[in-house]
Design a protein around this ligand. Structure first.
Ligand code: PLP
Length: 372
């Protein structure tokens, strides 16, 4: 199996798996209990918290662990709207956001809140003038992701955060695909991340919150996470996340250089029949979302079962619906259906990438011959 689906999830770093093991096998104490073992587990969680905070690199805030980035995003949006001044009843988001943002906004709309969803250009980027025009005294929150999960494009989050601040609104950044891959700009008040996209375990995310911008709790109960989020934390998952985060920041340059090499090799191997979806420049290069005239991407994936790649987001893949992101950048349904997403990173070798690309190109050509 050649794994080229790094946006769906990433292989667990061996160091993270090793660090988690004792917390699964022997050290099973409840981290919220006052026993010596419980305090040891709580201390391990605090180390992990610092590790994730350091990798995010923003100052003036704190981090709470959650069960996923989806939970962190739900919490940030719903908890901010609830806390906002009565006149601030509007959320601004972008068409290409993840379903965790868009579906939460839709839910809010059903509750009578106002939502403005801004368009993007064919490059996948939102225009700062559109953001500015959407901002007024009624906006509580602006939600914009840093690196897009489907097409890898990078939004001007620092500038957008400044515009939000000028308008008295908070800014939520979905940095799930960005952490460890690109630098996180200063500016966001709330930032959502997920361990399994940075070679950590699944089932844990986090919300970084600027001091004073903490949303009201979404999950009620024992208040174990600083009184802001309830539920017993998993020391194993926290330790795995922290270890993965430390490795990601420690070898940021190396991972970056590796991804650049893979990108260059992939571009050369695929050649001109393949067109890149979204901006080529403002993009994380471990995401190659491409299309080729006349191919049926679903069939391509079915023909190449031993290569893991996808149509777009993992959520859209099963639904049979064309991706909302590809539609937002102006692709026709036909073009969207001829698009594939290849995602590679730290553990992808140039050799396996070349092998996979050769087979993808052959299978695409064969479809062309068959159709002709
Ligand atoms: N935001 C983006 C950009 C993502 O790619 C994902 C995962 O696919 C999420 C949010 C949700 O993350 P999680 O799987 O931790 O809920």
């Amino acid at each position: 199996m050649i794994y080229l689906d790094y946006q769906a999830t990433t292989p667990v770093a061996p160091e993270a798996a090793v660090a988690m093991r004792p917390w699964i096998e022997d050290k099973f104490a409840n981290p919220h209990s006052p026993s010596r073992q419980g305090r040891e587990a709580a201390a391990a969680i605090e180390v992990a918290r610092k590790q994730v905070e350091q990798t995010i690199g923003l100052r003036g805030g704190r981090l709470a662990f959650t069960g996923s980035a989806t939970e962190a995003i739900n919490w940030a949006i719903k908890g901010t709207i609830e806390k906002a001044a009565p006149a601030r009843t509007r959320v601004v988001a972008v068409q290409t956001e993840h379903a965790a943002v868009l579906d939460t906004c839709e839910w809010l709309q059903g509750k009578g809140f106002e939502v403005t969803v801004l368009p993007v250009g064919s490059d996948g980027l939102v225009a700062l003038d559109d953001v500015k025009a959407a901002l007024d005294k009624r906006v509580a929150l602006v939600a914009v992701m840093l690196v897009n999960n489907e097409i890898g494009t990078i939004q001007p989050v620092g500038e957008i955060a400044q515009l939000a601040r000028d308008a008295g609104a908070l800014m939520l950044c979905d940095a799930v695909q960005a952490l460890g891959r690109v630098a996180i700009p200063e500016g966001p008040d709330l930032l959502a991340v997920s361990a399994h996209k940075i070679h950590g375990p699944k089932g844990i995310g986090a919300l970084w919150m600027r001091h004073g911008a903490e949303p009201v709790p979404l999950i009620h109960g024992g208040g174990q996470e600083q009184g802001l989020r309830s539920g017993t934390l998993s020391p194993a998952l926290c330790v795995g996340f922290g270890t993965a985060a430390t490795i990601a920041s420690g070898q940021f340059e190396r991972d970056h250089a590796h991804v650049e090499r893979l990108w260059a090799a992939a571009r050369e191997a695929l050649g001109s029949p393949w067109i890149i979806n979204g901006s080529v420049e403002c993009r994380y290069r471990g995401n190659l979302n491409i299309r080729r005239e006349g191919i049926d991407a679903t069939r391509l994936i079915a023909d190449l079962r031993d290569i893991a790649f996808s149509l777009g987001s993992a959520c859209a893949s099963g639904s049979g619906r064309p991706s909302h992101v590809l539609r937002a950048i102006g692709l026709s349904d036909r073009e969207a259906r001829s698009s594939i997403r290849l995602g590679f990173g730290r553990y992808t070798t140039e050799k396996e990438l070349a092998g996979a690309l050769g087979r993808i190109s052959e299978a695409a050509q064969a479809q062309g011959r068959f159709a002709a």
